[in-house]
Design a binder for this molecule. Sequence first.
Ligand code: GRF
Length: 190
Amino acid sequence: MKKIAIFASGNGSNAENIIRYFQSRNLNAEVVLVVSNRTDARVLQRAASFGVHSRVITREMLRDQKAVMSLMRQYEIDFIVLAGFLLMVPSFLVAHYNHRMLNIHPSLLPKFGGKGMYGDNVHKAVVAAGETETGITIHFVSEQYDEGDILFQASTPVETADTPEDVARKIHELEQLHFPRVIADALLSC
Ligand code: GRF
């Protein structure tokens, strides 16, 4: 059984979708841990309601290699999924989970990636730039945040009348549709 940890900072709709996906299928993989950097993140309640353990790790704790690696060992984590995790992942963790750590970014990278490009900032920038399409990118995590090998992209049109909220809704739909399956595929080859 492959064991997955999800790192998430906020709402956790992706985390919940991924937990449900693996709980409802026989894929030889399960989400065993949710890690968040915020005590008030909704993702923590979502994890609890599916019987998944969670831990809150502050920015300082995340840099503590011994503590983080011991947590990963305790839960025998094989694979890490970043689903709306807003802290920089330390390089020791990236190195240890080389090609075993995925991130989802709510744009068609390399467009609208990099510093400050997270959450609604991305959708606002897409609308402001007059883009006619946007999408999601699922990629392996490298030390240069949004620059790891791209595993999957899916796009959606942006209409001239679309607001950032409209774009966010379209992105959310793409994420719900594709993210768990792409994780399952990546797990097969790791
Ligand atoms: C998603 O749009 C994801 O692409 C981005 O952060 C958002 C997280 O949403 N990186 P949620 O917490 O999964 O609801």
